[in-house]
Design a protein around this ligand. Structure first.
Ligand code: LLP
Length: 422
């Protein structure tokens, strides 16, 4: 459920017509609905209300400061994977004791920064990382709270690029050796074992893989208990899918009910790391039609948003709905919606039945609030899009469209390349 809707054939975000934003902000631009973000967070978080839990929003899905602040105001914690995300989260007002740090490649400086910030825990992904965290904590005279990220070898049946819990993936510690790794971790004096963690993939539309993962982790927790290692946090990661087209993912309530049923009798705080389910359908990208053209085989709609702005269709072959910002009477034709980038893979939709568009019209690519702007780049030296947040009848530019100066910031031409003075 989101607050993008038509009124008099005109697409609105809450009470703001998108054309009103397009008059003020250069296209393409992202638009996030505050009311939708809030609704999604509350629906998710309240689904777990009966159990001690912490909803750590997965910052990677959409790390705009305003989006982060919106969630932190509602009591969210943060799931981060880099020093940059930690900086953003702290900057947006996150409570450090609600931050969990995941990722296979944490650098020394990032670990120091997180320790210094007194985050809740590190989700550790290898035995070498365990030792490094211990060493850094020792030098700092601190004790680092850790969980081991377990790879339970479960197939989440999602796109292979976003599957993370199979033993062929780089993530986590093989469940078969995990007990041994916990024993090793216990010997390290500057670590405090507090949890078990797992994240099996993203855009899951079925509950079964979550439950399978949870069952193997439960077994591990019981074994750990027998050895005197008490687990106070069980982090089940993120991954709950959304509807892009025909998918019918479970509602957070069903997801929570299924997990909580499995967890009965377990005395630990549940940590969840939702990303896409909170922001995905709370955002869109608005783009303008530049040209249309016809080849022998195809009709093309060339728009001003490219794969550098929204890479999901090119990278994963992902389907995202495209709708007109103003509904016209034009009849439908089958088109490829493509961007200005010099690559054949630069498309937003292929063979899509859409109304015949004219140059100057605006289109909205729906479900772009997660893994949209955050995955954008400056490829083809294109400035990145603005981000706008709508609340009720007001809108706010929460990130400016980049300028040409932004594009060359930090670059320099060494003296030896300068033409010699005569
Ligand atoms: N926790 C961990 C450790 C993760 O790696 C991820 C996502 C999440 C939580 C949040 O997952 P979510 O609830 O959003 O599914 N760029 C891809 C998705 C990559 C997901 C990476 N990890 C896409 O556009 O589909």
């Amino acid at each position: 459920m989101h607050y993008f809707h038509y009124k008099n054939k005109e697409l609105f975000c809450e009470e703001v017509p998108l054309r009103a934003i397009a008059r003020r902000v250069e296209t393409p631009f992202y638009v996030y609905s505050y009311r939708t973000l809030k609704r999604h967070f509350k629906a998710f978080d309240s689904a777990f209300a009966q159990a001690p839990h912490l909803t750590c929003y997965s910052v990677k899905a959409n790390s705009n400061l305003a989006v982060l602040r919106a969630f932190f105001n509602l009591g969210a914690g943060a799931d981060i994977v880099s020093g940059g995300e930690l900086m953003r989260a702290l900057n947006a007002g996150a409570d450090p004791r609600k931050i969990v740090f995941s990722g296979v490649g944490k650098k020394k400086e990032e670990i120091e920064y997180a320790l210094d910030s007194d985050i809740l825990l590190f989700n550790v992904e290898s035995s070498q990382e365990l030792k490094i965290i211990n060493l850094i904590a020792r030098k700092a005279g601190k004790v680092a709270r850790i969980a081991l990220r377990i790879n339970p070898d479960i197939d989440p049946s999602t796109h292979p690029y976003i599957t993370t819990g199979l033993n062929e993936n780089k993530f986590g510690i093989d469940i078969k050796t995990s007990l041994q790794q916990y024993r090793e971790a216990r010997k390290l004096k500057n670590l405090e074992i507090v949890g078990v963690d797992c994240h099996i993939g993203s855009q899951l539309t079925d509950i079964a893989p979550f439950i399978d993962a949870l069952r193997s982790i439960k077994d591990l927790i019981f074994q750990l208990k027998k050895e005197g290692i008490n687990i106070s946090y069980l982090d089940l990661g993120g991954g709950l899918g959304i509807t892009y087209s025909e998918e019918t993912p479970p509602h957070p309530k069903q997801y929570a009910r299924a997990l909580l049923k499995e967890l009965k009798g377990m005395k630990c705080t549940l940590i969840l790391e939702p990303g896409r389910v909170l922001t995905g359908n709370a955002g869109i990208i608005v783009t303008r039609v530049l040209y249309t053209k016809k080849s022998e085989k195809k009709n093309f709609v060339i728009v001003d948003a490219g794969m550098n702005d929204l890479i999901r269709p090119s990278l994963y072959g992902a389907f995202q709905e495209i709708v007109p910002v103003k509904i016209s009477r034009a009849r439908e034709i089958v088109v490829d919606v493509v961007g200005p980038i010099c690559e054949t893979g630069d498309f937003l939709a292929r063979d899509r039945r859409l109304p015949r568009f004219r140059p100057g019209e605006f289109l909205a690519v729906m479900s772009s609030g997660a893994y949209g702007f955050v995955m954008s780049s400056n490829y083809n030296s294109r400035a990145r899009a603005a981000e706008v947040m709508v609340s009720g009848k007001d809108f706010y530019v929460v990130r400016e469209h980049e300028s040409y100066e932004d594009l060359i910031r930090g670059e320099s031409i060494p003296e030896f390349l300068n033409p010699k003075r005569r």
